[in-house]
Write a protein that binds this ligand. Structure first.
Ligand SMILES: [Zn+2]
Ligand SMILES: [Zn+2]
Length: 339
């Protein structure tokens, strides 16, 4: 099979590789479509080192080619979305349900080979059968959607509440739609104006380009009070964390799901004085089924988010385009030839 193999920072080569075989409990999947995200870019660039050589890629859907012994829930021919993280299942964190926090968690495409290949292997428990009627393009965002479903659930928005989403990338535009499905009124804040019309098309009641006007004022306008009830931060920059804290009302909730890799100064005086609840939200625990339900019900529109598609041979181009402002979600389609 063909696979894009990372041999070191920025050294990604499309080569022929041994086809993975299904060991006990494993499922072998023909990759239909894979998504590229900021984590992949950090791995590709070397910001996040991995064991080389590594087949990267963790957001994917596919069709089951083979199953190993003991696999009972998934069958050959099934169309599946893959949950690309699995935990040890035996540590105190796993036993209490905090699978996403397991210190021995294995991330597909990071710790083990992933999906920028024609064929990938994952444990059966990572596979979720696709609901009939949900197109591949929609299913592709199940993973990032599960991330924001968890973040929104941790913010517990009530119908009629006001909310803000910081960041207008894939996560932000999905969080907006999950918040809308809960009946919240949503302000989307972006660093550039480029995606704000799309945010409005996807249901944002208001949008704001940072710098256009004070964040507090925009938050007061949509909430009709001191600020919004709940903020979902998806951008993962120190600046975005500060914006989230500026948007929220006294007594409100800020959910951080973007990963701020840089040191982040926080003015805790205002957190204490306003009794802000700051909650971290790390990937997902049990949110895949809910993400699929939202896709199946048509509550989340995903097509406008997938802006580019490349064949595996063209994956270098996919990484370059991922950094361009015009792209939102870049997809890799292994069966597609170079364009
Ligand atoms: Zn990702
Ligand atoms: Zn564990």
């Amino acid at each position: 099979m063909k696979a894009a193999i990372l041999h070191g920072p920025r050294d990604l080569r499309v080569e022929s590789a041994r086809e993975p075989e299904a060991g006990p409990g494993d499922v072998v999947v023909a990759v239909t479509m894979a998504g590229l995200c900021g984590t992949d870019y950090r791995i590709w660039s070397g910001d996040r080192p991995v064991g080389y050589p590594r087949v990267m890629g963790h957001e994917f859907i596919g069709r089951v080619l083979a199953t190993g012994s003991g696999v009972s829930r998934i069958a050959v021919g099934d169309r599946v979305a893959v949950e690309p993280n699995y935990s040890c299942g035996t540590c105190p964190l796993c036993l209490e349900g905090n699978r996403n926090l397991c210190l021995s968690r294995v991330a597909v495409g990071i710790d083990v080979d992933g999906c920028f290949a024609e064929i990938a292997r994952v444990p059966e428990r990572c596979c979720w059968p696709a609901p009939a009627g949900v197109a591949d393009e929609d299913l592709l965002v199940t993973e990032p959607l599960a991330v924001v479903v968890r973040a929104v659930n941790r913010g517990a928005p009530q119908a009629g509440e006001s909310a803000a989403v910081v960041g207008a990338g894939t996560l932000g535009l999905l969080a907006l739609q999950v918040l809308r499905s809960r009946g919240a009124r949503v302000l989307v804040v972006g660093r550039s104006a480029r995606r704000l019309p799309l945010a409005r098309e996807l249901g944002a009641e208001a949008t704001l380009r940072v710098g256009e006007e004070p964040l507090e004022r925009a938050a007061q306008r949509i909430s009709g009070r001191e600020g919004v009830d709940c903020v979902i931060e998806t951008a993962g920059t120190p600046e975005a964390v500060a914006h989230a804290l500026a948007l929220v009302r006294p007594g409100g909730r800020v959910i951080l799901t973007g990963l701020p890799h840089e040191p982040t100064p926080v003015e805790f005086f205002s957190v204490v004085r306003r009794e802000i609840t700051i909650t971290g939200s790390m990937i997902y625990q049990d949110e895949f089924p809910e993400a699929m339900r939202l896709l199946g019900a048509g509550s989340v529109r995903t097509r406008p988010l997938i802006t580019h598609r490349f064949g595996l041979d063209d994956i270098a181009h996919a990484f370059a385009v991922h950094r361009e402002p015009a792209s939102i979600k870049v997809a890799v389609v292994p069966s597609q030839g170079s364009v």
